[in-house]
Write a new protein. Structure first.
Length: 393
């Protein structure tokens, strides 16, 4: 998960849309809303939609899951379990969000999901009941200066879905969303794959920003979680000459190999520097996508980058990083990129081209077991699980 932003359709696979360029690929630029509806009460909707609230019901379709009055077949809606969902209440990585007021209880998690429209507001133009959709991971106010320009990612009142400055997430029977933040899912993409689009889109943004030259670049992805392995698979699909992956769990690294990585390093057994030296004949990697969240890995990143290489940092970190060798980084003429956007369209295009990301799913749990899974099992299971998928009734 990252604070999202969709990337517009591009002619070349690795081009990046400037942050201040209005979006063209989503149904948006209007004040109409589409709604993936959850059990938000009418009284709560004005708080979530601000000044747009009086028209919320007119401009919003309802996307539903598990409505007791209109029960759908089991498995029709999915939500990926993100580690951020666990860290907010139980761990230290995001503790600062609580301290600075970015997150406050109650928080409803769930930003990686696929759902189906059940109702639409009268002004909604792009969706109708029955459409399968995913959402961007943020909700804009629709009324500030940036929103009026179509720069929704730069909204001055931006809320992230289920995480910080929170718009309620998908762990509920219904979820409410503005139309401009929804994307239709093609029929050929299954529900499991659709629920993986959001984290994969983070990895794809890292691929875009890592300055990969198709047919030439050697790419290293550090970190063997969902985003890291997805980034490796997408880098290979979009033309990287060679893709390397590092991590600490053999089972996850084997999945990375099956999904396109040319070689993998278990950092518990071999130093990253030695691995890269061997795999690149001493040249180093041209592009590095850092997804591990381990500050000690960041030290290695500077060492293994080739002259003129690019480091794209995706991860969040528990500790402040105070040992970065900036002199070496500068002397090697390297470039540093932060990854805080999402490239949804490129992931959809890759899936339509045949890229299968579902091997990332290592466990399915019913929604009824989410609470016990978080409190009793996640720390132990996370060592072997990559993506846990929540199935709604």
């Amino acid at each position: 998960m990252k604070n999202p932003h969709g990337s517009a359709e591009t002619k070349g696979p690795l081009r990046v849309r400037p942050a201040d360029q209005p979006r063209k690929d989503l149904p948006g630029g209007r004040t109409e809303h589409a709604v993936c509806a959850d059990k938000l009460t009418p009284a709560k909707i004005p708080d979530q939609m601000g000044e747009a609230a009086p028209n919320a019901r007119k401009t919003a379709p309802l996307l539903a899951g598990g409505n007791p009055a209109a029960r759908r077949p089991a498995g029709w809606r999915k939500a990926g379990f993100c580690h951020v969902d666990f860290f907010i209440p139980f761990d230290t990585i995001t503790a600062g969000f609580m301290r600075d007021g970015s997150t406050s209880y109650p928080v409803r998690f769930g930003h990686e999901f696929v759902g189906r429209v059940t109702q639409v507001g009268e002004q909604v133009k792009s969706f109708r009941p029955g459409d399968r959709v995913i959402s961007e991971g943020f909700v804009s106010c629709g009324r500030c200066e940036e929103c009026r320009k179509g720069n929704f990612r730069r909204c001055r009142n931006l809320m992230s879905v289920g995480t910080i400055h929170t718009w309620p997430g998908s762990y509920a029977e219904y979820v409410l969303f503005p139309e401009r933040h929804l994307l239709k899912v093609p029929d050929s993409i299954c529900d499991d794959a659709a629920a993986l689009i959001e984290p994969a889109a983070v990895g794809m943004d890292g691929v875009q920003k890592a300055n990969i030259r198709p047919g030439e670049s050697v790419v290293l992805v550090t970190g063997s979680g969902t985003i890291g392995i997805a980034a490796a698979a997408l880098a290979k699909h979009y033309g990287a000459k060679k893709v390397l992956v590092s991590g600490r769990t053999s089972g996850k690294l084997e999945v990375a190999r099956r999904m396109g990585a040319d070689a993998a390093c278990n950092s518990r057994e071999e130093s990253l520097s030695e691995f890269v030296r061997r795999e690149t004949d001493g040249h180093g990697v041209d592009s590095l996508i850092e997804c591990s969240g381990n500050i000690r890995v960041l030290d290695d990143c500077v060492d293994v980058l080739a002259e003129g290489g690019t480091l794209a940092v995706v991860a969040f970190y528990e500790e402040l990083y105070t040992t970065f060798d900036i002199d070496k980084f500068v002397m090697k003429n390297c470039r540093l990129e932060s990854v805080m956007d999402h490239a949804y369209q490129e992931v959809l295009r890759a899936m339509l081209d045949g890229v299968d990301l579902t091997p990332l799913i290592t466990r399915h749990i019913p929604f009824s077991e989410c609470g016990s899974f978080m409190t009793e099992h996640l720390r132990e299971k996370s060592r072997s699980d990559i993506k846990v998928m929540v199935d709604f009734p």
